[in-house]
Design a protein around this ligand. Structure first.
Ligand code: COD
Ligand code: ZN
Length: 369
């Protein structure tokens, strides 16, 4: 009997992304199969293509998506065929020390197997092309018609939410809103700046608006992104295409900010974020640099001013707790997801979608299989 194939976007070691028919094995114990309704294109997909991080290749790309459960592997509890799910790129083991300590975003086996090796929990992959094994990407591989993921990575949400909108909850929105509400726990009245207004940075701005921040300053090099930041709740915007970010932020707020979020992850933007915090402030590092890069800061100033540098991994998100809440906020009109979605394309146009993100024309493009 021939094995079932699905259309998927594969990143090959020569860094070409090709949409092709691949074999998807059925879900094993503790896994589920999901039919993808929509998948968002994130800057981290570009990082993988550009080789900034070590990623096992070839791999079926994509880490932000939503769909409908089509089949359950043995022993899966808490999910049913037909459930609407948003996919999580930290499909937790549920029993390591970080999971036990309610820090599922730091799940150790997810890091060691799912990220580092591009396989599922039994150490193997469900993806094949001919005799070759393809890897999973971030345990999601959303750029495909159907996927197999650990059941802990398929988060059930209410059925009246549009799957082709809430798909972006799984990365951009969880990462950005979570950095503000979970990692930094920004209180009402705080003064805050966000460097970088892509899908993630704009989600930070929305998190700050929800938290009741008294001042939200958006920083970008792209005026179009700054206009969207303003519409989503920024009180002030700073175009740093011709000026230094740290100086511009000091001019705007000489005493420094309570929180400055780096939603880009260049060494310079991380250093700028740390330089722009005030007494008792915190820099929240959301964007990740290329593997091996290091940033500099003045430890004496940090100690004198009682400041903190916080790394925010996945917005310190507990997907089972936070995804349904984020979807509820969208449905209640408290969180704008529609503005973050700049367009949609068929999966076959993935390279066009990647290009429009790289050249700054897109925010989130949805790929529809
Ligand atoms: N100064 C100000 N703004 C800048 C600068 C600069 N020097 N350079 C670029 N920008 C702006 C761009 O104009 C753009 O608006 C924005 O920064 C970047 O937006 P996107 O849409 O390209 O990026 P996002 O929002 O999709 O992703 C940003 C991340 C920082 C999350 C991502 O790149 C990253 O580093 N991820 C690693 C951390 C992580 O959580 N990874 C896992 C999944 S995302
Ligand atoms: Zn992402």
């Amino acid at each position: 009997m021939s094995r079932p194939t699905v259309r998927a976007a594969v990143l090959y070691p020569d860094q070409a992304v090709t949409v092709t028919e691949v074999v998807l094995d059925p879900p094993g114990p503790g896994e589920v199969e999901v039919e993808i309704v929509a998948a968002g294109v994130c800057r981290s997909d570009l990082h993988a293509i550009e080789g900034h991080w070590p990623v096992p290749l070839p791999a079926v790309l994509g880490h932000e998506g939503a769909g409908i459960v089509t089949s359950l592997g043995a022993g899966v509890a808490g999910l049913e065929v037909g459930d609407h799910v948003v996919l999580s790129w930290v499909p937790v083991c549920g029993s390591c020390r970080h999971c036990a300590a309610q820090r599922p975003w730091l799940c150790e086996p997810a890091d060691e197997l799912i990220f580092a090796q591009g396989v599922l929990y039994d150490g193997t992959s469900r993806w094949h092309k001919g005799d070759d094994r393809l890897h999973h990407f971030f345990g999601v591989s959303a750029f495909a018609e159907r996927v197999v993921v650990p059941a802990s990575g398929a988060i059930p949400i209410r059925r009246d939410a549009p799957l082709d909108v809430v798909a972006i909850v799984g990365c951009a929105v969880a990462t950005g809103v979570g950095a503000v509400l979970n990692t930094a726990q920004v209180p009402a009245g705080a003064e805050l700046a966000v460097i970088g207004c892509g899908g993630v940075g704009l989600s930070c701005i929305q998190g700050a608006r929800i938290a009741g921040a008294a001042r939200i300053v958006a920083v970008d090099v792209n005026p179009a992104k700054l206009a969207i930041a303003k519409a989503l709740g920024a009180h002030d915007t700073v175009d740093v295409s011709q000026t230094d970010t740290a100086t511009a932020l000091r001019d705007l707020q000489p005493a420094g900010f309570d929180y400055v979020i780096d939603a880009i992850g260049h060494v310079e933007t991380t250093e700028q974020a740390i330089a722009a915090i005030g007494m008792g402030g915190a820099a929240v590092i959301v964007g990740a640099p290329r593997a091996g890069e290091t940033a500099r800061f003045d430890p004496l100033a940090l100690v004198d001013a009682g400041q903190r540098i916080l790394g925010s991994n996945y917005g310190s998100t507990d997907p089972r707790r936070d995804f349904p809440r984020l979807v509820d906020r969208y449905m209640a009109g408290e969180l704008d997801l529609d503005t973050l979605i700049s367009g949609s394309r068929p999966l076959t146009e993935i390279n066009e979608a990647l290009k429009e993100l790289a050249d700054g024309h897109a925010l989130r493009t949805l790929l529809i299989p």
